[in-house]
Write a protein that binds this ligand. Structure first.
Ligand SMILES: Nc1nc2c(ncn2[C@@H]2O[C@H](COP(=O)(O)OP(=O)(O)OP(=O)(O)O)[C@@H](O)[C@H]2O)c(=O)[nH]1
Length: 308
């Protein structure tokens, strides 16, 4: 089955996410691709959905930010979108207050993660807001910095509101925080989807080449177990994980139990819960600069040991 591309559109309140989404949808429509949108608004009334054509499947999530209050709902919505439609891409517009790790965590459900090709985080930065970030509270300033830090693609938007000289300085300050992300100065969040996709490929190529000193980025790995493993080996493996692994979740079958366990791992703290039915044995691993090949070979080794 063809995987559905997933893009997360992030950025501070008012930075231009909706404008970007509208641009993207127009181009996707012209390209004849079938895409869907997940919108999440802080208020209880959607303002943005009127902007989207009726033939784009749309789910809206109300009453809070994806990352904290409605994570489970998001999972259900995404599942419905994926089963009801043969989609080529899903765009998730996050609220301006969402932290990228939490958003990625919310969409990477072990139940359907293997159907998704997670493409990356596109962050829209309002150049004026960025220039004046020191006027924000420390918490909001931190959020702004994190949104830049975790992005794979950054639109430095509203360039019409700053001078060329300022734009160059602001670009420089953003690149100093995230040297790997592709940066683009934009007005009205104008970007071609072709360039989004092209630049992404180049970036993943860079990631393979640069081994040391390269910038850290969030990534999500999905692993499907073929069979059961020993619980003690699994626990030992978790203890030795690097602390750049932020989250894991999924279903694991242990040799001693008939049904798999649901397990959650958050910043070093694991939690296991016995399930009462068969579940797909997928786990999702989210972290910064995670060594995909190494983790996969370690998990394979756990399976091999359990067979002997
Ligand atoms: N001057 C200027 N205004 C822009 C630009 N891009 C977007 N805007 C305006 O900025 C405002 C916010 O844009 P939106 O696209 O709604 O921003 P958003 O990030 O979706 O906002 P929230 O949903 O509130 O988080 C709108 O009034 C846009 O018209 C730009 O390049 N220059």
């Amino acid at each position: 089955m063809k995987e559905t591309e997933v893009y997360i559109l992030g950025g501070f309140l008012g930075s231009g996410k909706t404008t970007l989404l509208r641009n993207i949808l127009k181009q996707e429509n012209e390209a004849g691709r079938k895409v869907a949108v997940l919108l999440n608004e802080l208020g209880s009334v959607s303002v943005d959905s009127g902007l989207i054509d009726d033939d784009v499947p749309l789910k809206e999530l109300f009453g809070g930010c994806i990352c904290c209050t409605i994570q489970d709902k998001l999972e259900v919505q995404l599942h419905e979108l994926l089963t009801e439609n043969e989609l080529e891409a899903v765009y998730i517009e996050t609220t301006g207050a969402a932290h990228p790790v939490e958003v990625l965590d919310a969409i990477m459900s072990p139940l359907f993660a293997e159907k998704l090709a997670y493409k990356g985080i596109i962050t829209v930065v309002d150049l004026l807001r960025w220039r004046d970030r020191n006027q924000l509270s420390p918490q909001l300033r931190q959020l702004l910095v994190e949104q830049v830090h975790h992005a794979d693609f950054i639109l430095l938007n509203k360039k019409d509101l700053v001078t060329e000289m300022e734009a160059a300085q602001l670009l420089y300050s953003i690149q100093a925080l995230n040297a790997d992300a592709v940066c683009l100065l934009t007005e009205q969040a104008e970007v071609s989807i072709a360039s989004l996709q092209q630049l992404k490929r180049k970036q993943s190529h860079q990631h393979q080449e640069l081994d040391v000193n390269h910038h850290l980025h969030l990534s999500a790995i999905v692993y499907s177990f073929e069979g059961a493993i020993k619980q003690t080996d699994f626990e030992e493996w978790m203890r030795n994980l690097p602390d750049t692994v932020y989250r894991m979740k999924g279903y694991v079958a242990f040799t001693h139990s008939q049904y798999p366990y649901l397990f959650q791992y958050s910043y070093g703290m694991p939690m296991l819960m016995n399930e009462m039915m068969k579940m797909p044995l997928n786990i999702v691993i989210i972290g910064e600069n995670v060594q995909k090949e190494q983790l996969i070979s370690e998990l394979k080794e756990l399976e091999r040991k359990a067979k002997n």
